[in-house]
Design a binder for this molecule. Structure first.
Ligand SMILES: Nc1ncnc2c1ncn2[C@@H]1O[C@H](COP(=O)(O)OP(=O)(O)OP(=O)(O)O)[C@@H](O)[C@H]1O
Length: 226
């Protein structure tokens, strides 16, 4: 089932007198339980498409529907709520808060997502997700004592702690060596399947495409036919 559909999405940026069209009419649907990878040359529009799909910036034209609702018809506050409760994000760097322990990072995220669970149940949930990403033994650690791969595991746990429906991952392995990249992508794939999430991944790394169910190639603001 498609949970996310992108129809005829265009995006232009204007700098002074010059307007440049970066996305030139994108149609894409994402299926539940699948990892969809966006690949393409630098500047082809991958990150722009991901941020528009995630409601982080508006499209110039076109429709985005999530779970049967048109995101274009929503106001900023409605989009913010969907982002906080239904979407999770992982980027190239983990961006963990340096003065919070692993457990505290995740508790903070539950606050942001306005979790209604009592604190004790929240702690249990944190333990469960840390177990899923293999980091439960480091719940009291601060980010400075974690390796790059461990930080990314915590970032994945933080992205999934509020049980989002969609995971947006923009170059999640770009700061890692080959072994850690494979570990992280294998984890993202496994969690996509076991938790029934829909994952949109942007990557430069061809080696990571084995973890995708679908590979979408972009070139100059368009999706190339398969
Ligand atoms: N806010 C903006 N204002 C003007 N131009 C922008 C803006 N955001 C992106 N662009 C331009 O849009 C084009 C596509 O950028 P985007 O980051 O989507 O590409 P990408 O395929 O993700 O590239 P990379 O692989 O290098 O990250 C680039 O030429 C970029 O300079």
């Amino acid at each position: 089932m498609s949970i996310f559909t992108i129809d005829g999405v265009r995006k232009s940026f204007t700098n002074g007198e010059i307007t440049e069209e970066i996305l030139k009419g994108i149609d894409l649907s994402l299926k539940e339980g699948e990892v969809t990878a966006l690949v393409g040359a630098s500047g082809s529009g991958k990150s722009t498409l991901l941020t528009i799909a995630a409601g982080l910036q508006p499209a110039t034209d076109g429709q985005i529907s999530f779970d049967g609702e048109k995101m274009n018809a929503m106001n900023q506050e409605e989009i913010r709520k969907i982002r906080a409760s239904k979407f999770g994000f992982v980027f190239q760097f983990a961006h963990l808060v340096p003065f919070l322990t692993v457990e505290e990072q995740l508790m903070l995220m539950l606050d942001v997502a306005e979790s209604k669970l009592p604190k004790r149940a929240q702690r249990k949930e944190v333990e469960r997700i840390l177990n899923l990403v293999g980091m439960d033994h480091r719940k009291n650690a601060y980010p400075s004592s974690l390796s790059g791969g461990e930080k990314q595991r915590v970032a994945i746990a933080r992205a999934l702690i509020h049980q989002p429906k969609v995971l947006f991952a923009d170059e999640p392995t770009a700061s890692l060596d080959s072994k850690r990249s494979n570990d992280i992508m294998s984890l993202i794939r496994e969690l996509t399947k076991t938790l029934g999430i829909t994952t949109l991944l942007v990557t430069h790394d061809e080696e990571m495409l084995v973890y995708a169910d679908r590979v979408i190639k972009m070139s100059d603001g368009l999706i190339l036919p398969n």
